[in-house]
Ligand binder design. Structure first.
Ligand code: 5GP
Ligand code: SF4
Ligand code: MG
Length: 466
């Protein structure tokens, strides 16, 4: 998901709509905005579909006045799949000291247990979302102000959270102690401040990038006092999601001082060093494989070409929640550039192989078009474990790499070669010159290594085996 918030400008909701539009790649099912105006109080709008199809209408935006607003774009990883408007964030709660709204990116790994406990104690849930627990935990806190209630609530929550929240006057940002999901702070001209999942959404509204919210940090931002920061949780070493670098974030975002594009290009360079192959063309599987394909081509000297053309009017296939839509998605979205491919030995570069749906379809399409050889190079290690921290990987038995070796996957996909970047190669590409520190890994890489930095306790209760 993507989260975004603004304080200290006229009509903050318009800025939030733009920010969410720039974060649309993080969630395409639905979006929501809550705003506060001193005269009109809190207002909210939650809609299915793209930001541009909803939050551009004057008739809707006029209902979201005020100098403070937050928003969310949704990609369902927890709660019910498919269309339930009750699950669309931000969530809102009315407390004795006033209202608050929250937008959450990540996944709470003990949400089932918390929900059960809260329901037994009388909470009335409105949605099936894991994030709603936070509101109910806040309602039960005895603290006198909303940021402190939020701290109380979040100390009971396990897993990944990057949160943008608001009260009548305050914009609040929090990251879980491991800092699994991103969150950055930006500054607008005048008194305006911004919180955003990624820096690319600061650019769209002309905000200046200030810094990242640190793992375990809470910031409380007001137009008059600016940013107050504190660290409510026990300090731990951070474990940012390495897959944000590989796929999830936009290539024009900056993470940890590094350009995501440059990291991805570097992954391609590492891949070409680790797994070279003779061929005529390097082609990305667009768009997610593009920077790595450029790096692969530069390092190998094999020409880069657009062998697969993407229809710009389709969304990201994987993010569509049902398998049926995903299966059709590949052909609706990608087509082979036949004239270019015919008779050529082609290296295809993609970011990941999950179920293998994309790679299998693409291989068929490219052989149909008369390619002489097909070599897959993948910009991440084999995805052998599900993510429980906010990326929607399927159950373990659906992951190709959970049951097959690299050679078995190659045979299953019937390609001439298939190579994944090594975990150390990936760490080098993100800037860790010595590779992965096995004793204390610098990132979360659980979907590749099976080493979960936060115990997925709800999943274990449901029978998941580590
Ligand atoms: P597959 O077709 O193997 O099931 O999925 C891999 C494709 O899904 C890749 O092309 C990748 O770009 C895309 N993808 C989209 N969203 C995600 C995600 O959240 N995780 C992973 N691993 N791949 C994703
Ligand atoms: Fe990211 Fe994978 Fe960890 Fe999930 S399991 S947070 S996708 S590295
Ligand atoms: Mg892709």
């Amino acid at each position: 998901c993507g989260v975004f918030g603004v304080v200290g400008v006229t009509d903050a909701a318009n800025f939030v709509a733009l920010g969410l539009h720039a974060l649309q790649h993080r969630g395409q099912e639905a979006g929501g905005i809550v705003s506060h105006d001193p005269e009109q109080g809190f207002n909210s709008a939650r809609r299915f579909g793209y930001v541009r199809d909803n939050f551009t209408k004057a008739s809707l935006m006029e209902t979201l006045p005020g100098p403070l607003a937050i928003g969310h774009v949704r990609y369902s990883t927890a709660g019910s799949k498919g269309a339930v408007i009750r699950d669309v964030q931000p969530f809102f709660g009315e407390f004795s000291m006033g209202g608050a709204a929250i937008a959450h990116n990540g996944n709470i790994t003990n949400a089932d247990a918390l929900r059960k406990e809260l329901i037994e104690r009388g909470s009335i849930f409105q949605s099936s979302s894991d994030s709603e627990c936070i509101i109910h935990l806040m309602a039960r806190s005895l603290q006198q102000n909303i940021p402190e209630r939020m701290e109380d609530a979040l100390r009971r929550v396990e897993g990944a959270f990057s949160i943008v929240a608001m009260t009548r006057t305050k914009l609040i940002g929090v990251r879980d102690p491991l800092g699994v999901r991103p969150l950055v702070l930006g500054k607008l001209e005048g008194e305006g401040w911004v919180l955003s999942s990624e820096t690319c959404a600061l650019d769209i509204i002309g905000a200046e990038y200030v810094r990242e919210i640190e793992p375990g940090e809470m910031v409380v931002v007001t137009a008059d006092k600016g940013v107050e920061s504190h660290f409510p949780f026990r300090r731990q070493s951070s474990r940012f999601c390495i897959f944000e670098h590989v796929y999830f974030s936009r290539p024009d975002s900056i993470i940890g001082g590094r350009s995501v594009y440059e990291t991805r290009r570097q992954i391609g360079v590492e891949l070409a060093k680790e797994s070279p192959v003779e061929a005529d063309l390097v082609c990305p599987v667009p768009d997610s494989g593009t920077p790595a394909a450029i790096g692969f081509s530069q390092e190998s000297g094999i020409p880069y070409a657009m062998g697969i053309i993407r229809n710009q009017y389709m969304g990201r296939t994987f993010i569509e929640p049902t398998e049926q839509i995903r299966n059709m998605g590949v052909r609706l979205k990608l087509n082979v550039n036949r004239a270019l491919i015919k008779g050529k030995r082609v290296i295809l570069v993609d970011d990941s192989v999950v179920r293998g749906t994309t790679s299998r379809k693409i291989k068929e399409m490219i052989l149909d078009a008369g390619a002489a050889e097909v070599h897959f190079r993948i910009a991440s290690p084999p995805t052998a474990w599900p993510c429980f921290y906010g990326v929607d990987t399927p159950q373990r038995d659906k992951l190709l790499a959970a049951t097959m070796s690299e050679e078995e996957m190659r045979q299953h996909l019937t390609v001439d070669s298939l190579k994944f970047i090594s975990l150390d190669g990936l760490y080098r590409a993100v800037g860790e010159a010595k590779g992965r520190n096995a004793k204390c890994p610098q990132y979360c890489d659980a979907c590749f290594s099976g080493e979960y930095p936060v115990k997925p306790s709800d999943q274990i209760t449901k029978g998941f085996e580590l």
